[in-house]
Design a binder for this molecule. Structure first.
Ligand SMILES: [Zn+2]
Ligand SMILES: [Zn+2]
Ligand SMILES: [Zn+2]
Length: 90
């Protein structure tokens, strides 16, 4: 079964295959503060396929806001996915 296709993350530009974490690890808040994202707490995220302990891809339904704990999508605490700070994984 190699015919399954995966969406491509708009930030890290990787296919969101199971076990592929996003390389964007922080959010930028409206006041300019950089805050670390809440990492995946399931073995593999059922929505964006990020593995446990790694960042969700932007737009994931399961991603939580690190400020208020609510759903990150559309959260007023956050200033949108394009203000994520890219922190390369080493
Ligand atoms: Zn990504
Ligand atoms: Zn996710
Ligand atoms: Zn929030």
């Amino acid at each position: 079964m190699n015919d399954k296709t995966y969406a491509t993350c708009e930030l890290c530009e990787q296919e969101m295959k199971p076990g592929t974490p996003c390389t964007y690890t922080h959010f930028k808040l409206k006041n300019g503060t950089i805050i670390e994202k809440i990492m995946t707490d399931e073995p593999v995220c059922p929505d964006c396929n990020a593995p446990m302990g790694s960042p969700h891809h932007p737009g994931c339904d399961n991603e939580r806001c690190p400020v208020c704990g609510g759903q990150a999508i559309g959260c007023p605490c956050l200033d949108g996915v394009h203000d994520l700070k890219k922190v390369p994984r080493t």
